[in-house]
Design a protein around this ligand. Structure first.
Ligand code: SF4
Ligand code: SF4
Length: 456
């Protein structure tokens, strides 16, 4: 029997309210508050299980281990949003997980599985939506612009837990690279990255560096932050990649922008590879990375309109780490330009409808090639699941683990808190997310940026 509109609205309101109370944010790295994302009218709900970053193995293992929960959670979201279809997108190479998901999805109306090729960046929301629906997200748009909402695997499981009253207190991570025993497990939010590296048996080399996130889009953690214990696992942390300090990737991350610009003056041969392989260019957007370094070198940044194409860059890293034969980085330039545009108060003017270019299919980057190109072959080994329930003696919980404004503390130094207790909330009418204690203990420190809890 068809449900009435008011029943759908009530179900949606409850879904959103519980998701908000639990502090759910995009766990795949973006950190967009999920309750805001769910407040939408869509045709298709897509579970993003593409996990295209090399070495990371959270989503594939979660999908295999929790296939039934995932299908049930998706069916609930599809119902609550009044959507037509729910799609679970997974790479075809994960055969065991795909088989379990196929079986689990068969138990629900309107759910289906979509098998993706093993290319990078299959998990980019624009690319994924195009793969699943055949629709191109316009410039400056989001999947909602073409009737879709995309949820990462862990995010959807967190939404399901939120409906049972469970807030986000733990995060799933893969610890990989130059560690003794690569592993995938969950840790309390606020666990230091140094402690997480130890959970993988510790580094293989004495002089190492750590990337939080995947090798293509992650953030290089400074040694100072790592050693101070202020570098921690957040709700959005999906991986920790340890590499020798002299590894090519670490050197690329460390090159200063001024040096890149200087090198570009003599080394950029205008081969256009960075543009021809740029996934957003291939989606038909007006982004031309081969022009940006020279444009900056010729002083064109004063003209705001000439640099707003920076807003179209997804930060995927293809131009910098895969395409450019002389190791230049249009991506880094676009990042700097985005900051500059923010300072000027310039908004993204690009809103053009676009159409994926015909060359897209032939220019998808096989992950195996990418792994070799970025020097990760020797680390490309399984990071198996572990049920270890790590309980740190102390957690440092950031107040901003999401897009929007930082959460405001509700607790004071000396106060006792339980795991799951809300300790900070977003200010009224501001974009943000609630933050919860991830371990029981006593509040040791409250600052504008974090809350430290000592376990008891
Ligand atoms: S990082 Fe480079 S390849 Fe990726 S979207 Fe930006 S310009 Fe294009
Ligand atoms: S790929 Fe490198 S050398 Fe070629 S146009 Fe782009 S920045 Fe210049």
């Amino acid at each position: 029997m068809e449900r009435g509109l008011s029943a759908v609205n009530r179900e949606k309101e409850t879904l959103i309210a519980k998701t908000k109370a639990a502090g759910v944010v995009g766990a795949g790295g973006a950190g967009f508050p999920t309750h805001v994302k769910l407040n939408a009218q869509v045709e298709t709900v897509i579970v993003n299980g593409a996990e295209c970053e090399p070495l990371l193995a959270v989503d594939a293992q979660l999908m295999e281990r929790q296939a039934e929960e995932l299908a049930e959670a998706l069916a609930h979201v599809v119902d609550a949003l009044g959507a037509e279809t729910g799609v679970i997108a997974i790479k075809g190479k994960h055969q065991a997980a795909a088989a379990r998901l196929q079986e689990a999805a068969a138990g629900w109306d309107r759910l289906r599985l979509e098998l993706l090729g093993d290319y990078y960046p299959a998990g980019d929301e624009h690319i994924l939506v195009y793969d699943i629906t055949g629709r191109t997200v316009p410039e400056g748009g989001i999947p909602l612009s073409v009737g879709a909402v995309v949820l990462n695997v862990e995010t959807l499981l967190n939404v399901a837990a939120a409906q049972r009253g469970q807030p986000v207190t733990r995060t799933y991570i893969t610890i990989a690279g130059a560690v003794r025993e690569p592993v995938t497990l969950s840790v309390p939010v606020g666990t230091t990255i140094a402690a997480a590296v130890d959970l993988a048996g510790g580094p293989l080399v004495p002089n190492y560096r750590v990337i939080e996130g995947g090798p293509m889009t992650g953030e290089l953690i400074s040694q100072e932050k790592l050693e101070s214990g202020r570098a921690v696992c957040k709700k959005t942390t999906t991986g920790i990649v340890v590499l020798p300090a002299d590894h090519w990737l670490i050197q690329q991350y460390n090159v200063r922008l001024g040096v890149i610009l200087q090198r570009a003056q003599s080394a950029c041969c205008q081969c256009r590879l960075c543009t021809d392989l740029c996934p957003r260019y291939l989606m038909g957007h007006d982004i031309f990375p081969h022009l940006v370094l020279n444009a900056v070198n010729h002083g064109h940044t004063a003209n705001t309109a000439a640099i707003t194409q920076a807003y179209l860059c997804s930060d995927c890293g293809v131009c910098e780490l895969y395409a450019c034969p002389v190791e230049l980085s249009p991506r880094r330039m676009y990042r700097a330009l985005k900051e500059e545009l923010g300072r000027r108060g310039a908004r993204n003017p690009h809103r053009r409808e676009s159409k994926a270019r015909d060359s897209w299919l032939g220019r998808q980057i096989p992950v195996a090639h990418l792994v070799t190109r970025v020097g990760l072959d020797e680390y490309n080994i399984p990071a198996p699941w572990s049920e270890v329930q790590f309980s740190p003696r102390q957690v440092v919980i950031p107040l901003k683990q999401h897009v929007g404004v930082p959460a405001e503390p509700l607790v004071k130094v000396g106060e006792r808190v339980e795991a799951g207790q809300v300790i900070a909330v977003s200010p009224p009418n501001k974009l943000g997310a609630a933050v919860h204690a991830s371990i029981p203990g006593r509040v040791q420190e409250v600052t504008k940026t974090e809350i430290v809890i000592a376990g008891e």
